[in-house]
Design a protein around this ligand. Sequence first.
Ligand code: GRF
Length: 200
Amino acid sequence: MKNLAVFVSGNGSNLQAIIDAVKNGNLKVNIALALSDNKDAYALARAKEAGIKGIFIDPKIYKAKKEFEREIISVLEKEKVEAIALAGFMRILSPEFISRYKNRILNVHPALLPSFKGAHGIKDAFDYGVKMTGVTIHFVDENMDHGPIILQEALRVDDGDTLGSLEEKIHKVEHKLYPEAIRLFSEGKLKVEGRRVIIL
Ligand code: GRF
């Protein structure tokens, strides 16, 4: 796999980590584009700064999700995108979209799945009082935060941690783990066997 699209909605620190990994030679992919559903996403500024095509597709102008996704697909095909990394993309993709890119969409989740699914994984884990949490990189399937797990890394929640300090620790791990998972995928080193991902 060479051509990667990164889907974003917000800050884009994971996009930045992927950009940096490409720049320093650790990841040999072409970031064909960063696609955002939010025109104010800081991620788009990061893309611009790095000389990467940033594309905003406004979901509000489409009557149905299908039409919004049709527009996304036409952009992906034009840019010959082979794989997609969701990086803080706050939108659920349809089963049709996902099956079109089966086992070619990756996601980063800021908790140890299957615990703390959803949009607030860090806060939910913190509020629950867990002693360990972490980061999961997984393939995307039709169910939210559910597909086969590629990499996970655990980290300790210390007594002195605040939500803010835990967020920092989680993001630090994300920024290391996500480029690594994309590297393994891009080098053809991931084999999906049911729910299990074998690293070759
Ligand atoms: C990350 O914590 C990621 O795990 C979650 O959304 C956040 C995105 O952050 N899915 P950023 O936009 O990459 O900074």
